[in-house]
Design a protein around this ligand. Structure first.
Ligand code: HEC
Ligand code: HEC
Length: 166
């Protein structure tokens, strides 16, 4: 009888240890594979600065919300390896809390912004008129397809052909 009580205690201890081990592992698993929050949770994770509705869209769909425009802008930023200031002019009359002028996103005076509009239309055209018509992987052409993290796409130089049997 005594030994079986000992066994019960041992089994219980083992079970508790196993459960806490599993719980620990599932926490690690959850941290490595975060479940994306449902869309209605996005305002919680989004940056806290203001994102007013756009007023001067000429190529993007005009009904985009401020956060939707922001999301596209951050994608372009990453794909071109550049910052907002490359395409958007500063407004010397609108100083931020740090005393630095803010960007006037609706302003059209920068050449790069005009170029980006042409590029956007080109990409739409490439996807709708060409990529959509071939039997492809379904991956569309993006700014990054050519730019690859650079403002000016780097010229492609093929590797010299290797010697040896073909
Ligand atoms: C490669 C150039 C480029 C970069 C980089 C860029 N933008 Fe833009 N942005 C544009 C263009 C072009 C438009 C206008 C799109 C249109 O006409 O439909 C625009 C429009 C906007 C608008 C809407 C303005 C309005 O009221 O119509 C906001 C806001 C904006 N950008 C924010 C940003 C922010 C924030 C960043 C940096 C994270 C950024 N942009 C980076 C090119 C750029
Ligand atoms: C098919 C390839 C291709 C795609 C896709 C593409 N670009 Fe370009 N982009 C170019 C080339 C080529 C240049 C010109 C480089 C030069 O002047 O030497 C350029 C130039 C630019 C410039 C001017 C850079 C400068 O130095 O002033 C901007 C801004 C730009 N692209 C934005 C975009 C944006 C935004 C997208 C996506 C909406 C995009 N591009 C998609 C090929 C591409």
């Amino acid at each position: 009888m005594k030994s079986s009580r000992f066994m019960q205690a041992a089994v219980l201890t083992f079970a508790v240890a196993a459960v806490s081990l599993l719980a620990g592992r599932s926490q690690v698993f959850a941290a490595q594979n975060p479940i994306p929050p449902p869309p209605q949770n996005q305002p919680d994770t989004a940056p806290k600065h203001e994102m007013p509705a756009p007023t001067n869209l000429k190529v993007l769909p005009k009904d985009l919300t401020g956060p939707q425009v922001h999301e596209i802008m951050e994608k372009w930023e990453g794909e071109l390896g550049t910052g907002c200031k490359t395409c958007h002019a500063v407004d010397p009359k609108n100083l931020g809390p740090n005393g630095k002028p803010r960007l006037n996103f609706a302003d059209d005076s920068k050449e790069e912004k005009q170029t980006a509009r042409k590029m956007y239309k080109m990409v739409e055209e490439i996807n709708a008129s060409y990529i959509a018509k071939i039997d492809s992987s379904g991956d569309p052409v993006t700014c990054g397809t050519c730019h690859r993290g650079h403002l000016g796409p780097e010229p492609f130089v093929a590797k010299p052909e290797k010697e040896g049997p073909h």
